[in-house]
Design a protein around this ligand. Structure first.
Ligand SMILES: Cc1ncc(C[n+]2csc(CCOP(=O)(O)OP(=O)(O)O)c2C)c(N)n1
Ligand SMILES: [Mg+2]
Length: 584
């Protein structure tokens, strides 16, 4: 057997039977061989970034590795931004990249580049196979590294002449090291006084929770988040998501207080500084774009960090006690010691704390409802010579009323995300996904990957109008492969988040009286997403009026194939300024 076929069979040996890719000449040998191995399903995407993002959604929805096939240097270049996204979020992606051949390395020929070096900063491991005798060894190593916590993407360059050679190696599944380590009982006991002495405990949870919820990949959903929920309830802790794109705590739980800031360290600081005990589970601190540079913890606060990634622990901020293990294994072991150590008066106090947090969560829910108007009240904007009555809250509330319970959401609705968290919460790992690392364009390809992973579930991808345009041709992939994901574009005709962020920038600098930069405006020319969808073979419609919402949702949910709703929302729309304020 030649290398072309052997690598396909090697992936199949590890249960990897989908390949998301975009082809080129230097990969022609194994794409040809693929035609004779029907067990491997090739999902054709029209740009390498989309291949990475579909695979990312597929991996995240199953907590299992996914395979990406990309072209040589230009293809790798296209993939880099979203490999970064996958790297930030611990997705076990095995990326195989084509190359003309080892024999041409010295020539610096067309498409030649230092591919391994290009991929290095955005992967856990980047390598090129140098000799046919180690082809399968390297493929197995790639799978193993991608799947060992902290999981992450790997890049393996496969020169065509290596794949052309006969393979002498045996095919057997790559071994994934067990991560079922447990903290020592003595060290756990040292935490009891810290916990019982705390008046105001805060938990910070990140994607390390979901990715290592079970001891092996693949069944995070069945293990669930129950032990962590139990611990939070026992100690009456406020729980904040930090550095999270997965569901690391049930979003509808009264102790869940939402996410720390993504943008400004100053916004996250008050959430942490009134704590006297901070327990960090599977996350890096802190994930903002402009993080706080000083101490984020108040003096005297005890900080406990539990992570399967030692690199996260004490990376930027002080830590008092740490455990390198799966957060859920730590929590289970701690619970068995803690339950008997808590006095009745402690339990009364923690109940009081819980009640206070519940009131806080309710007032937050009220503010979401006030801002996003789930009950439409007034015409708020004009679009296409029509009055628009609604904000996203109404659509999302109606969708929540009609959707089956087994929904999976990829939420890249950005400024329209709060009502999604309110009405369509993520309850277990794999039910709700968001982008990581600030990367746009993930919503639709991510939903396609998730639907391929769960053909029987209702999968909805939400995207802003801006974000959707980075990867809009992913709709074609859904139509081509009959992937019945549903897509919702929140069309506010602007990069609204950038407008919100510059408002903060102006506020901090005492600047007033400015118009939003016209580069944040998407109103002209008008984008018709339903027309784009139709042209790619995806059914869809435009919704701008509350009366249209329920019938459109019913059509979307009952349609047998992929379906897109172009949801027209109010926005800050100034087409008259385009070209004027740019000085053109
Ligand atoms: C690949 C990439 N390019 C640019 C940005 C910068 N950016 C952050 S938010 C944003 C606007 C997103 O607009 P949209 O998807 O319409 O959502 P809205 O803010 O309107 O809710 C942009 C362009 C980014 N995060 N990622
Ligand atoms: Mg927008």
């Amino acid at each position: 057997m030649k290398g072309h076929e052997a690598i396909i069979r090697q992936f199949l040996a590890n249960g990897i039977d989908h390949m998301f890719g975009n082809p080129g000449t230097v990969e022609q040998g194994f794409l040809d061989a693929l035609e004779d191995v029907p067990e491997m399903h090739y999902i054709l995407t029209l740009q390498e970034s989309i291949a990475v993002l579909c695979a990312d959604g597929y991996a995240r929805a199953r907590f299992n590795p996914a395979l990406v096939q990309i072209h040589s240097s230009p293809g790798l270049g296209n993939a880099i931004g979203n490999l970064y996204q996958a790297f930030k979020g611990q997705s076990p992606l095995v990326v195989i990249g084509g190359d003309a051949g080892i024999q041409y390395q010295a020539m610096d020929a067309q498409m030649a580049a230092d591919l391994v070096a290009m991929a290095e900063p955005v992967t856990k491991w980047s390598a090129m196979v140098q000799h046919p005798s180690s082809l399968l060894r390297m493929v197995r190593r790639a799978i193993k590294i991608a799947c060992t916590p902290p999981c992450g993407p790997v890049y393996l360059c496969l020169p065509q002449d290596i794949l052309d050679a006969e393979v002498s190696e045996e095919i057997f599944p790559a071994h994934i090291p067990s991560f079922d380590t447990r903290p020592s009982e003595d060290k756990l006991a040292s935490l009891i006084p810290l916990i019982t002495g705390a008046q105001n405990p805060v938990f910070l949870v990140g994607d390390g929770v979901a990715w290592t919820a079970s001891a092996g990949l693949g069944n995070a959903e069945s293990i669930g988040l129950a032990p962590l929920v139990q611990l939070a309830e026992l100690v009456g802790a406020k729980v904040y998501e930090a550095d999270g794109g997965e569901t690391n705590f049930p979003e509808n739980h009264p102790l869940y207080c939402g996410s720390t800031g993504h943008m400004f360290g100053a916004a996250s600081l008050p959430l942490i500084q009134d704590a006297d005990l901070v327990m960090v589970f599977g996350c890096y601190l802190m994930p903002e774009v402009f993080p706080h540079l000083g101490d984020i913890f108040a003096p005297g606060t005890s900080v406990v960090h539990v992570d399967s990634n030692p690199g996260n622990i004490a990376k930027n901020h002080r830590v008092d006690v740490s455990f390198v293990c799966r957060p859920m294994a730590f929590v289970e072991a701690l619970l068995s010691q803690l339950s008997s150590a808590l006095s009745t008066s402690y339990k009364l106090e923690s109940d009081q704390r819980t009640q206070a947090v519940i009131q806080h969560s309710q007032s937050f829910a009220h503010s979401v409802i006030a801002s996003y108007e789930p009950t439409p009240s007034r015409p708020s904007d004009q679009y296409d010579d029509k009055s628009i009555y609604m904000k996203s809250g109404f659509f999302i509330r109606m969708l929540a009323d009609h959707i089956p319970d087994d929904y999976v959401i990829f939420d890249e609705a950005l400024t329209n995300s709060p009502p999604i968290s309110e009405f369509l919460p993520g309850l277990y790992p794999g039910q709700k996904m968001m982008t990581r690392g600030g990367s746009l364009g993930t919503g639709f390809p991510g939903a396609i990957g998730a639907k391929l992973a769960h053909p029987d579930k209702t999968v909805i991808g939400f995207s802003g109008d801006g974000g959707s345009m980075y990867t809009i041709q992913s709709l074609w992939t859904a139509a081509r492969h009959g992937v019945a994901a549903k897509f919702v574009v929140c069309q506010n005709r602007s990069y609204r988040l950038l407008q919100a962020n510059i408002s903060q920038f102006w506020k901090e600098r005492g600047i007033s009286g400015r118009q939003f930069p016209t580069s944040f405006d998407l109103s002209y020319p008008q984008i018709s997403f339903d027309t784009i969808a139709h042209s790619f073979g995806v059914a869809g419609e435009r919704v701008w009026n509350p009366d249209q919402v329920v019938p459109a949702i019913e059509r979307m949910l009952t349609h047998s194939g992929p379906y897109l709703i172009n949801l027209v929302l109010e926005g800050d729309v100034h087409p008259e300024l385009v070209g004027v304020h740019c000085g053109q």
